[in-house]
Design a protein around this ligand. Structure first.
Ligand SMILES: CCCCCCCCCCC/C=C/C(=O)SCCNC(=O)CCNC(=O)[C@H](O)C(C)(C)COP(=O)(O)OP(=O)(O)OC[C@H]1O[C@@H](n2cnc3c(N)ncnc32)[C@H](O)[C@@H]1OP(=O)(O)O
Length: 288
C-alpha cells in the first residue's frame, strides 16, 4: 500500500508523495497515528490502525495525547482523517467490549470520554475529513469535530441499537444538537446509517467531497475561514456554545463510564454483540 502524505499550504492542501518540507510532530512516538504539521501550524492527524481504525484503548490514548500536544504547541487547526480510502473509523473496537473484563470496557469508554473533552473542547478549530465509512464510534469522533467533510458513497451514523445497546445520553444530546430532535430520534431508535448524501441532507455532515483530495481541499477551506477572526474571540464563542455538554461529561465521567460498563456487561447485550459479529463475518463470507 502506498502511503500518501498530505502537504498543506497557505493556498490549499495538496496530495503528494513527498515529505520534503513537512514537520513531523516530535513529541510523541505513535503506533496508530501519523501527525504532520505544516508551516502554518495546522496539524493533520491520520488514524492508521489497520484494517478499519477500530478504536481500542491504545489508539484512543494516542489521540488524547496528540490533542494535549496540539493545545500545548498552540496549533492553529486540526484535520482528523484516516489512512484508508474505505473506512474512516469503524467505532469502538468490538473485541474490547465483547467478553471483556468490566475494567477493560471501562478503560476504553473512559478514554473515549477523555478524547471527547479534549477534542470537543479544543481551543483550535477542528475538521474531520471522513474518507470512508464512519459507523458508531466513528461517527462519534466526527461529531466531536466542528465540521465534517465526507467522501461520497459511504455510510455514517449511530448504529448502536443494531448491536443491542443504546447510545449514552451525552452523545444523544450531541446528535440532537447536530441534526435536530426529530431526525435524531428516528435515526437513533433504528440504528440508522446514512449514506453520505443523506447525511448532508440532515446536517450530519457539512460538505460532500468526491474523493480524498477534494475532502482535504474543503477541510483546508474550512480552516482558512478563521484566518481573519481573532482566535481568542473565536474560542470564547466556541466554549460558550459547548460548555454545558463539556461540563456534564467532565463532572459525570465516572457515572457515564459505570453506566456504559453495566449496560455492555448485560448477558442480553453480550448475546446481541455476538450475533452482530456473526452477521459481520457472514457478510464478509458471502461477499467472497
Ligand atoms: C457527547 C459526549 C460523548 C460521549 C461519548 C459517547 C460515546 C458513545 C459511543 C459509544 C458506543 C460506541 C460503540 C461502538 O462504536 S461499537 C462498534 C460499532 N461498529 C460497527 O458496527 C462497525 C462494524 N464494522 C463494519 O460495519 C465494517 O467492518 C466496516 C463498514 C467498518 C468495514 O467494512 P469492510 O468490508 O471494509 O471490512 P470488514 O467488515 O471485512 O472488516 C475488516 C476486519 O475488521 C474487523 N472489524 C470491523 N469493525 C470492527 C470493530 N468496530 N472492532 C473490531 N474489529 C472490527 C472485522 O471483524 C474484520 O476482521 P477480520 O478480518 O478478522 O474478519
Amino acid at each position: 500500500m502506498s502511503s500518501y502524505v498530505y502537504k498543506t499550504t497557505r493556498r490549499g492542501v495538496l496530495l503528494a508523495k513527498t515529505v520534503s518540507y513537512q514537520v513531523r510532530l516530535c513529541s510523541g512516538n505513535f503506533r496508530h497515528l501519523e501527525v504532520l504539521k505544516d508551516e502554518n501550524n495546522v496539524a493533520i492527524v491520520t488514524m492508521k490502525r489497520a484494517p478499519v481504525n477500530s478504536l481500542n484503548t491504545e489508539l484512543l490514548t494516542e489521540i488524547s495525547s496528540v490533542l494535549t500536544d496540539l493545545e500545548e504547541t498552540k496549533c492553529s487547526g486540526m484535520i482528523l482523517t484516516s489512512f484508508s480510502d474505505k473506512v474512516f473509523c469503524s467505532g469502538l473496537d468490538i473485541y474490547e467490549i465483547f467478553k471483556s473484563k468490566p475494567s477493560a470496557i471501562g478503560t476504553s469508554f473512559s478514554t473515549l470520554l477523555e478524547v471527547f473533552i479534549k477534542l470537543y473542547g479544543s481551543t483550535f478549530p477542528t475538521v474531520a475529513a471522513i474518507t470512508g465509512h464512519a459507523p458508531a464510534g466513528g461517527c462519534v469522533l466526527g461529531l466531536f469535530c466542528e465540521y465534517r467533510i465526507m467522501v461520497q458513497n459511504f455510510k455514517i451514523g449511530l448504529n448502536e441499537d443494531q448491536l443491542g445497546f443504546n447510545a449514552p445520553s451525552p452523545i444523544v444530546k450531541l446528535m440532537i444538537n447536530t441534526i435536530g430532535h426529530r431526525n435524531a430520534e428516528l435515526a437513533l431508535t433504528s440504528g440508522r446509517l446514512f449514506t453520505t448524501s443523506q447525511a448532508l441532507q440532515v446536517g450530519l455532515v457539512d460538505e460532500i467531497a468526491k474523493d480524498r483530495t477534494e475532502a482535504f481541499e474543503k477541510a483546508d477551506g474550512f480552516l482558512r475561514r478563521f484566518e481573519m477572526i481573532p482566535p481568542l474571540a473565536r474560542n470564547f464563542t466556541k466554549q460558550s456554545m459547548r460548555r454545558a455538554l463539556l461540563q456534564d461529561v467532565t463532572i459525570n465521567r465516572e457515572k457515564y463510564t459505570e453506566g456504559f460498563v453495566s449496560m455492555i456487561s448485560l448477558h442480553e447485550v453480550q448475546q446481541s454483540i455476538a450475533a452482530y459479529l456473526d452477521n459481520l463475518k457472514n457478510k464478509k463470507r458471502n461477499a467472497h
